[in-house]
Design a protein around this ligand. Structure first.
Ligand SMILES: [Zn+2]
Length: 412
């Protein structure tokens, strides 16, 4: 998912990796990455032309087979793991190395598009841009993972203890069936890199969490023509409540609460006895859930229509990936690597939610998580979604060099 990006200032980081530096480009690696590009684009066409919406078991199954086979070809031990209630399964690959650090690369392979979308607008390339459903979000990202692991293998990079690859089939619908696996695997990792698409040369160092505020009103039905005074109008009460509850957000904390769905009554001649509303809530601070619930509980006590019952419940969806020094530090390492290519990377905080929220544990501050590692692209979730093919080789270079760098015992 991708909406507004907020530039996040990067805290000055000093550390072993940053101070020793590696200004010299690894030309052989960049040449190898560039060589893989035509094959990468062919694979991207194959994946984009298979519909794999979150509910499309058949399409997800085909992509799953592709990803599993590639991981096997790379020498990984591969497991296919069911992810109920999701329609697709998770593809989990593990490679053993010779070092001490556990590193996981992960991304989803479902899209927001339905069956028939790929036939309507199949993969196509115009100049340096590739188009098609899920081309950037996140089929391009899945291939960055596979090709970077391939480059690392070719170059004998095996300084990690384990290198885990997780492809999940349900991110676009909240990762209901994969979130527990993400949490469990992440708890054992030193580093988790996530391959959502950045809009430009960026990486994501924080994302918002998501919740819903559910509001409901119980009133009393009555004939709107002959006895309106005998009813308790739930529509009027919920309107009153929404006006009262419109400022639950806290701009200073980055919390937004936006009322987006309202339902009441379905016949013009009945005073409605039920009404409900939903607000979309985004937060970067988890304690905001309890704060919003407490504030809302207080506010709804004040009613306009006597005799109505009002209840409000904050329902927690995806946790935030909170801004933290370790992710800022890792972004600085990524930037240092990009500088070898004469480029730079900007760390950003995103207002949408991703699986980074399940990977990162704010209590322990572990593992070190970095998102936005995928192919550069924009207009995602729309029919204009595109991926920047010029970003393929630099992004492969970045992940391969990170695998080389982070796997060293002295990289912390
Ligand atoms: Zn995505």
């Amino acid at each position: 998912m991708r909406k507004n990006a907020m530039l996040t200032l990067l805290a000055a980081a000093s550390c072993f990796i940053c101070s020793t530096g590696f200004a010299q480009a690894d030309d052989a690696l960049m040449t190898a990455a560039n060589k893989k590009k035509p094959e990468f684009v062919r694979d991207l066409a194959t994946l984009v032309n298979i519909d794999s919406g979150t509910d499309d078991a058949k399409g997800l199954g085909q992509v799953e087979t592709f990803l599993a086979q590639r991981l096997k070809d790379l020498g990984a031990k591969v497991e296919i793991v069911a992810a109920p209630p999701s329609a697709g399964k998770m593809v989990l690959g593990t490679l053993q190395g010779k070092g001490t650090k556990n590193i996981m690369l992960m991304i989803h392979f479902d899209t927001v598009f339905g069956v028939g979308e790929a036939a309507k607008r199949p993969f196509r390339v115009e100049a340096n841009k590739a188009f098609g459903p899920g081309v950037a979000d996140a089929k391009g990202g899945a291939l960055i993972v596979l090709y970077a692991v391939d480059l690392a293998r070719e170059r004998g990079i095996d300084g990690y203890k384990t290198l885990t690859v997780l492809f999940n089939p349900d991110e676009e619908k909240g990762s209901a069936g994969s979130r527990e696996m993400i949490r469990k695997l992440s708890a054992d990792q030193d580093y988790v890199l996530i391959y959502e698409p950045p809009e430009a040369e960026r990486v994501t160092v924080s994302t918002n969490g998501i919740a819903h505020v559910n509001l409901s009103v119980k009133g009393l039905a009555s004939h709107a023509g002959s006895a309106p005074e005998k009813g308790r109008n739930a529509a009027i009460e919920i309107s009153n409540q929404i006006v009262q509850l419109k400022d639950l957000g806290d701009p200073a904390k980055g919390t937004t609460v936006s009322w987006t769905v309202i339902q009441a009554g379905d016949r013009a001649n009945i005073i409605p006895d039920k009404a409900s509303a939903i607000a979309d809530m985004r937060m970067s601070d988890l304690s905001e859930i309890a704060r919003v619930q407490a504030d809302a509980d207080k506010i709804v006590q004040k009613k306009l229509i006597p005799g109505t019952e009002v209840s409000v419940k904050v329902e927690y969806g995806r946790p935030p990936f909170s801004k933290n020094p370790a992710s800022d530090h890792l972004a600085a390492v990524a930037d240092k690597i990009y500088k070898e290519l004469g480029k730079s990377i900007v760390p950003v905080g995103m207002r949408y939610g991703t699986d980074a929220g399940f990977a990162y544990n704010p209590k322990s501050g572990k593992p070190v998580v970095l998102d936005g590692m995928g192919i550069v692209g924009d207009r995602i979730h729309s029919s204009d979604e595109w991926a920047d093919l010029d970003s393929v080789a630099p992004r492969l270079y970045l992940t391969t060099r990170l695998l080389e760098t982070l796997a060293k015992p002295d990289s912390e």
